[in-house]
Design a protein around this ligand. Structure first.
Ligand code: ADP
Ligand code: MG
Length: 397
């Protein structure tokens, strides 16, 4: 198992070389922004609640230069070989660019919509974040492009402002109604720290995440189950939550506290309200679990104490929010049977990756146990790696 899934990639070099071979000149600058793992707090961000992600080592690198206004903008991805997508940043609108390049064109559109003059750009991206594995390759590419555009032109935007523009690109240009967690994690990540976000106020606090000091490791397993968040399920969950908040007369489900949960559930008493009750119970209990985990980690006590909260989060996603799939449940159950301290699916769901808090010297055997369970079922082998909290968006050259 790799402890550094990035290998030699993820440096400025790959994107720079591709840029030079395509454009016959060196890029004016190179930026990078990472993917993320969410430790806990799933589907709470668009309910204005709490999330606790960390930026990971895998990241999207963007080599960029200004282009002539007459030439328009271009983007090439090392992950989409042989394809260069062209559009005019000065006029591009939602619907004009689809497919993967929408994540890029959408960022330039969102910058323009916010009143920033970016001009036309040549962009080359190269990412080590696996695409569609719930590790947020989408926020990585958006934030890297946004940081590159702002950096090249000298637009003064802070990390949260860039995250919000990137989210706007995904919501209104790509058409995926995601919350703001992924972009905030990609921008605000710090080595050895979790990013604790109150998604209502957008207040960010770093929380120390020292696992190795306690003999622990964070194992990520990309289940490689087919997953597509842009399909309707994510949007359907979001709609359920918004309808529930409306029925309960609160601005967002964040406003229902753990103490008020029973009362709220009792008010959703129609014959067809069972699903809505389950959605509400997930969001409200998940917010509480985030706060509990933050408290444990801040107090400096043994991080093993968060294991049961990770497990409870998974059960809640499986039974109440109904966003897990067999690949994910088998990975979590097998990791726990093989000795993990705690485990849960991470990210929006319907596939993607799981995380397991493990004793350092058990990471390998737990990963093997999950691979064995997959082999028994005739499933494609999962991709495990050990991760730790890394730096958010940064300029490389
Ligand atoms: P996740 O964010 O969990 O990886 P998403 O479905 O939100 O999954 O985003 C994945 C999509 O983002 C890809 O299908 C592709 O359209 C786009 N994308 C991300 N990174 C790249 C890249 N390096 N090159 C091309 N497209 C990318
Ligand atoms: Mg995504």
């Amino acid at each position: 198992m790799s402890t550094d899934a990035q290998g030699g990639a993820g440096s400025a070099q790959g994107a720079t070389q591709l840029f030079e071979s395509l454009h016959g000149r060196a890029p004016q600058g190179v930026w990078a922004s990472p993917g993320r793992v969410n430790l806990i707090g799933e589907h709470t961000d668009y309910n204005e609640g709490f999330v606790l992600p960390l930026a990971i080592r895998q990241r999207c690198v963007v080599a960029a230069s200004a282009a002539d206004a007459s030439a328009g903008s271009s983007v090439t991805s090392a992950q989409r070989p042989g394809e260069t997508i062209r559009f005019t940043a000065a006029t591009v609108s939602p619907g004009d660019v689809d497919g993967w390049a929408a994540y890029v064109a959408g960022v330039l559109w969102a910058l323009r919509e916010a009143g920033h003059v970016v001009g036309e750009l040549d962009l080359v991206v190269d990412s080590t974040v696996p695409l569609g594995a719930s590790l947020s390759s989408s926020a990585a590419i958006e934030c890297a492009v946004a940081a590159a555009a702002a950096g090249l032109v000298g637009i003064d935007l802070d990390a949260t402002q860039i995250a919000l523009l990137a989210q706007r690109a995904e919501n209104d240009f790509v058409g995926m109604p995601c919350g703001v967690m992924d972009q905030m994690a990609s921008m605000h990540g710090k080595p050895g720290q979790l990013v604790f976000i109150d998604t209502r106020s957008l207040a960010v606090e770093n929380v120390p995440f020292d696992l190795s000091g306690h003999g622990l490791a964070l194992l990520v397993i990309d289940t490689r189950a087919p997953h597509a968040l842009v399909d309707g399920e994510y949007a359907a969950r979001r709609r359920d939550c918004e309808q529930a908040a409306q029925r309960l007369g609160v601005p967002a489900l964040r406003d229902i506290t753990g103490a008020g949960l029973d009362d709220a559930l009792a008010r959703l008493d129609g014959p067809d309200d069972e699903t809505m009750r389950k959605r509400v119970r997930h969001v409200v209990t998940e917010d509480d679990r985030v706060l509990e985990v933050v408290q444990v980690l801040r107090s400096g006590t043994d991080p093993r104490a968060i294991g049961p909260m990770l497990n409870a989060s998974h059960a809640s996603m499986r039974d109440d929010f109904e966003i897990t799939v067999p690949h994910v449940d088998v990975a979590v159950d097998t990791a726990l049977s093989a000795g993990a301290v705690g485990a849960r699916m991470t990210g929006g769901g319907f596939g993607g990756s799981i995380i397991a808090l493990v004793e350092q010297d058990a990471a390998e055997s737990i990963a093997q146990a999950v691979a064995g369970a997959y082999a028994e079922r005739g499933w494609e082998a999962p991709a495990p790696f050990v991760t730790r909290a890394e730096q958010g968006a940064t300029r490389l050259a």
